[in-house]
Design a protein around this ligand. Sequence first.
Ligand SMILES: Nc1nc2c(ncn2[C@@H]2O[C@H](COP(=O)(O)OP(=O)(O)OP(=O)(O)O)[C@@H](O)[C@H]2O)c(=O)[nH]1
Ligand SMILES: [Mg+2]
Length: 384
Amino acid sequence: MATEEFQVAVHQAKLSDAISVVQAKPLQYFSDRPLNIAVVGEPGSGKSSFVNSMIGKRAGEPGAAETGIQTTTVKAKDYQHPTLPQVILWDLPGREDSAFASRIEQVDLNRFDFFIIVGYQRFRTVHTDLVHEIRAMGKRFYFVRAKIDLDLEASQRRQPSGCDEKKVLQRIKDDCVMGLLNESVIDPQVFLVSNWDSQSFDFPLLWEKLRSDLLQLKKQAFVFSLPSLSTPVLERKTDAVKKKIPLIVLYCALLALLPVPGFSFVAAMFFFVRFRSQCYREFGLDDPPLTALARDIGKPVASLHAVMKSRSLMPLILWRLPDLVGAVLILVEYCWWNRYPYAGSLVSGVISVFTSYYMLQGCLAAVAKDTQNVLSKALEKMSV
Ligand SMILES: Nc1nc2c(ncn2[C@@H]2O[C@H](COP(=O)(O)OP(=O)(O)OP(=O)(O)O)[C@@H](O)[C@H]2O)c(=O)[nH]1
Ligand SMILES: [Mg+2]
């Protein structure tokens, strides 16, 4: 199983191998993976009716999503697709309805793999916001413009002598495409549908597109799940490395006892940098493997460095600010009280125990998090 292979590679600090586990698999390999599709949009846009069309049910039938003129869906509900294997459609409550905000479940979109935005009428801010949210997660979406039958009906009423159906449809599509292009969406996928008829307008096109994208979307969903799969492995590694911290804290504290102002900081800096390098080695983020990983995914190593928060020395400086207390006391004892700085050294030592402990714990946690960040970054390319 790719999942286990991936976890073993992360455990062995071989991030390149972890990535190639996915890279090497043919698309067909992902056919049994689940795909959670969230159907999102403004309230009443026709999301539940769209889900019903997709699963081949009519409103009111057993197993169909509830539809209605008033706000209907207040909780996310899943519907297994009858023919597309492992495809789950999630009917979500509408966005942008503050009057019902307390009744409506606030759904975290992160848990879904792919999105279908169902819009009605013009392309609006609610759609733009959804597009931004989905893209910020690095995920993909289709845009479905529902209730096309109503638009055509209205046009026919306006021009009883005969309206040009094609022109009306093109205008609606252009509005949606322009809305998406304005948000810098590359190759926007827009489908005009009537939820009453899953055979007409762009419904057949939508089916075709979904079928042809399915394996790629499933692979993408799997890729997105990988960083979180690494969590238990990274936790175990963190626990193992944590055992080394008490001894380093002891060294830092002993060196902090030396009656030299600022020495405590210098010693901590030395041990911090050493400990961080050790953590990088343990997690596979040290230099040769990271450069190899960057080469494998065709990205500059700087792009991986950019997502590693543990590379900054700023937290270290902030953690060591309390060292100033000991340093000042040592100086006061030397300069004003003209005596050996017993109190200053002792205070430095005690402060160092706490600051060093939390500093090293923080460093370890940051490196573990960075491993996930690096994996996500490396997998990014595979998920588009
Ligand atoms: N004519 C027409 N009516 C539609 C279409 N899709 C949905 N409707 C109607 O629009 C209303 C709202 O539909 P729903 O499917 O409940 O909309 P929703 O987006 O799920 O609504 P909430 O869950 O309340 O956000 C219902 O009266 C539907 O019958 C469509 O394609 N054409
Ligand atoms: Mg609904």
